[in-house]
Design a protein around this ligand. Structure first.
Ligand code: G4P
Length: 529
């Protein structure tokens, strides 16, 4: 068993979250560079035509010819086995992005130093906070004009509601960027811009903060400023506290420039030391240790037809305990039966690779003949249990849909139900009416096109879609509430989800506040368990 323990202890499974263009792809690629998974990193981004068409990582893979899976990327660095989970951005943004965070043990938040905290970061961040997972902040693009670092920290604290602890500190920015000061070693790592996007591992120079040479090297004005900043930081910022970091209450903050490989390796080393290997996960029979001899996993994502050559579904599972070996028999809790996980694989953009073995912390994709739903548990051993469910996240775009040919009602209902089961869309019915009118909710608008395309191609069913002006949805905490009794809801749409939960659709935040004011005791939720 020593082998099992060692394998699991060296695993680190995390997601990188950022607003599009903050530098997530660049940072990921630089991690690979330091991990030796690639020898030279190129400018990742394709030119305008292909830019946002597919998930960023598939784009890396296509351009660089490296083995990046479309869902998870695994590489080794310094004795660690690292799994980075892709959180699709841009138009690919969907509920899957949120669900992926359920499979991660920690998160890296990339922030553009000139933009600060942006909209998409906030949404993803809230999910991390809800899960109390450790969050590490990389403030990127210091080689460009940047906001004041103290203001950036304030913004993270105020907007995201987490305390910050800078591990290093930038000296100047843009053309004046001189490097970062390490608050622990009290040394300065000097910055050198690298040519062609930092294809090679960067060489760095470390100098002590308090020498005359250093003053000369970085300039008197910036050196004075740095000394003032250090004094302020030492007096006012939170001290590093591993326990608070592990509880997701304090985020260690690093400054750098991913494009120039600057601060990337230092960040990776600190990050690996400050995060833990997979931790126990909660189930209905208590906590399950990752080191258990019994294999267990849960499904966090289901993807259909990723590749036209394989018209099937892939269920992505996060292994939570034990070891997986190809061909093993497992128990599918929700299905209530023993199954073999067939064709376990890691997905590559064009190819699939069979996985022979995998450990707690790893992600595998298995062929799904239509039996899995999001949140399902798979386990071995005599004791059967279920992992905590995955919440349903609030969609932000809504449309009313119906089939063009009324004779095809059956296919239509079957299609949307199956697609909803995969978690690509959510479906709602009008409160108090039958199935006649169906409202679809999605997190990213691209999902509407996907739905239309799939209903036509897979279910041979053409649909009409009318987008609705709602932007916010809330679950009503009291499931038994009679929604007809609610006051001030003339602009609000009352619906039910597939499980019969009552919900309200709002067209702005203002109406939410008004409805809450007018209905004393009403509790509205942004996630549904
Ligand atoms: P994303 O995955 O978060 O969407 O961001 P991505 O890494 O694709 O980076 C977005 C843009 O920011 C890219 O430029 C990338 O080269 C640039 N970038 C990333 N890190 C840094 C950095 O540390 N400094 C600077 N100056 N730029 C950085 P692009 O506009 O998409 O392409 P390009 O034409 O500039 O290469």
């Amino acid at each position: 068993m020593a082998d099992l323990t060692n394998e699991i202890k060296k695993r680190r499974t995390f997601a990188i979250i950022s607003h599009p263009d903050a530098g997530k792809t660049t940072l990921t690629e630089k991690f690979l560079l330091y991990g030796g998974a690639i020898n030279t990193a190129g400018s990742v981004k394709g030119k305008a035509t292909s830019k946002h068409a597919v998930s960023d990582w598939m784009e890396i893979e296509k351009q660089r010819g490296i083995s990046v899976t479309s869902s998870v990327l695994q590489f080794n660095y310094d004795g660690f086995c690292i799994n980075i989970l892709d959180t699709p951005g841009h138009q690919d943004f969907s509920e899957d992005t949120y669900r992926t965070l359920m499979a991660a043990d920690s998160a890296v938040m990339v922030i553009d130093a000139s933009k600060g905290v942006e909209k998409q970061t906030i949404k993803l961040f809230k999910v991390c906070v809800m899960r109390h997972i450790p969050i590490f902040t990389f403030i990127n693009k210091l080689d460009r004009e940047a906001n004041d670092p103290f203001e950036l920290l304030d913004e993270i604290e105020n907007v995201l509601g987490i305390r910050t602890c800078p591990i290093n500190w930038p000296i100047g920015c843009g053309k004046q960027f001189k490097g970062v000061y390490d608050r622990n070693t009290k040394n300065i790592t000097t910055f050198k811009a690298v040519s062609s996007g930092g294809q090679k591992v960067a060489e760095t120079q470390e100098i002590p903060v308090d020498s005359e040479e250093t003053r000369a090297e970085i300039g008197y004005a910036l050196h004075d400023q740095l000394l003032d900043d250090i004094e302020l930081l030492d007096g006012a910022s939170d001290e590093f506290d591993q326990e608070r970091v592990s509880a997701g209450e304090l985020t260690p903050v690093f400054f750098g420039s991913a494009l120039n490989n600057f601060g990337v390796e230092n960040f990776l080393q600190h990050f690996l030391a400050m995060t833990s290997s997979p931790l126990p996960r909660t189930s209905n029979i208590g906590e399950i240790s990752p080191f258990s001899d019994n294999f267990s996993a849960f499904v966090f994502k289901i993807q259909a037809n990723m590749n036209k050559a394989h018209r099937d579904r892939i269920a992505f599972m996060r292994i939570c305990s034990g070891k997986f070996t190809a061909g093993m028999e497992v128990f599918h809790i929700q299905g209530g039966k023993k199954i073999k996980l067939s064709q376990p694989q890691q997905m590559m953009a064009e190819e699939r690779h069979i996985v022979e073995e995998a450990y707690a912390g790893d992600i595998i994709g298995v062929f799904d003949p239509g039996i899995f739903s999001i949140g399902d548990t798979i386990c071995t051993g005599s004791e059967k249990f279920e992992y905590e469910g995955i919440p349903t996240f609030a969609p932000e775009h809504f449309a009313r849909i119906r089939q063009v040919d009324t004779m095809k009602r059956k296919q239509f209902i079957k299609g949307i139900n199956q697609i909803a089961q995969e978690g690509a869309i959510q479906i709602f019915q009008e409160y108090n009416t039958g199935m006649e009118e169906i409202i679809v909710g999605v997190v990213g608008v691209l999902q509407f096109d996907v739905l239309k395309f799939r209903l036509e191609n897979e279910y041979n069913c053409e649909i009409r879609m009318e987008t609705l002006p709602y932007t916010d949805i809330r679950w009503i905490k009291d499931r038994e509430m009679d929604m007809n009794q609610l006051k001030g809801v003339s602009d609000v749409k009352k619906v039910k989800d597939l499980k019969g939960n009552p919900l309200l659709l709002f067209s702005n935040q203002w109406t939410i506040r008004m409805v809450l004011e007018r209905n004393e005791g009403l509790e509205l939720l942004e996630f549904s368990k």
